[in-house]
Design a protein around this ligand. Sequence first.
Ligand SMILES: NC(=O)c1ccc[n+]([C@@H]2O[C@H](COP(=O)([O-])OP(=O)(O)OC[C@H]3O[C@@H](n4cnc5c(N)ncnc54)[C@H](OP(=O)(O)O)[C@@H]3O)[C@@H](O)[C@H]2O)c1
Length: 286
Amino acid sequence: MILVIGATGTTGREVVRELVAARTPVRAFVRTAPKAEALRERGIEVAIGDLDQPETLTPALDGVDRLFLLTAADPKQVEQQGRAVEAAQRAGVRHIVKLSALGADADSSVSLARWHAQTEQQIEDSGVDYTHLRPHYFMQNTLGFAASIASEGRFYAPMRDGRISMVDCRDVGAVAARVLSETGHEGRIYEITGPEELSFHDVAAHIAASTGKSVTYVDVPPSEAEKAMVSSGMPDWLADALNGLFAIFAAGHASSTTSVVADVTGQPARSFAQFAREHADVFRHA
Ligand SMILES: NC(=O)c1ccc[n+]([C@@H]2O[C@H](COP(=O)([O-])OP(=O)(O)OC[C@H]3O[C@@H](n4cnc5c(N)ncnc54)[C@H](OP(=O)(O)O)[C@@H]3O)[C@@H](O)[C@H]2O)c1
């Protein structure tokens, strides 16, 4: 049995979908009764729990031999994920697949990258078999630009002309499902990217082609971007972390591609052109 923590989120729901499609026994760890009900209606086994209530992990892990571990980006994530790792170790889980991030590094200038590195280290120290999945920037993040693209045909970020090899979360979910279902991935760290390097000018061109709208990417100074993120309600720490990531991207340090999606799943990684076509209505009408 595989337990998926983070099963209701952008990536976790793809992991569950892939496992269900492959008829692999899966249990989703879910925080609320309505979300649990929605999954049960699809015939998916559910455990209701919360990483902030560690006692809920014990029944959820009953009979589980593999764990997919993902939580939201949060200053509490090291503590939350740490509780899951300890509970998994106690429950005799044999393999933990952690959703980390490209650039995870204990010495990174970006908080999120340091936090992921801390949890990766805790898992490695636990003695449980592990696979760390380090995906690049999700294509799904660009849906956050959809409102200004729909209303004014522009989107804003401090990316300059930096090129990144962003990845579709559906491909990350497909990699995770294979790693959770097969042997041979133990002790591996997979950097998961899309198939190509793209600047945000390229992203604008793909969205323009898919929507038939004029779309322009507007570069903004990091201080202005941070102010806009905070005034839209984003916590200061997250705006700071995202600006730190954009600085790395803008400097061209995150443009390499890997073949992990194709190697692990046997299918090519989705392109941004495909993503833009499939989400054209959102970019037109958000
Ligand atoms: N966005 C990117 O470009 C990117 C790139 C690389 C790596 N990452 C990493 O990906 C992760 C986020 O992935 P995502 O965007 O797919 O996640 P997401 O959509 O934010 O979903 C987070 C999931 O975690 C669950 N969760 C949150 N707090 C919990 C708790 N206390 N107990 C149990 N479950 C809890 C949420 O449940 P509810 O539905 O109840 O809220 C939800 O299922 C982060 O670690 C981030 O650093 C992101």
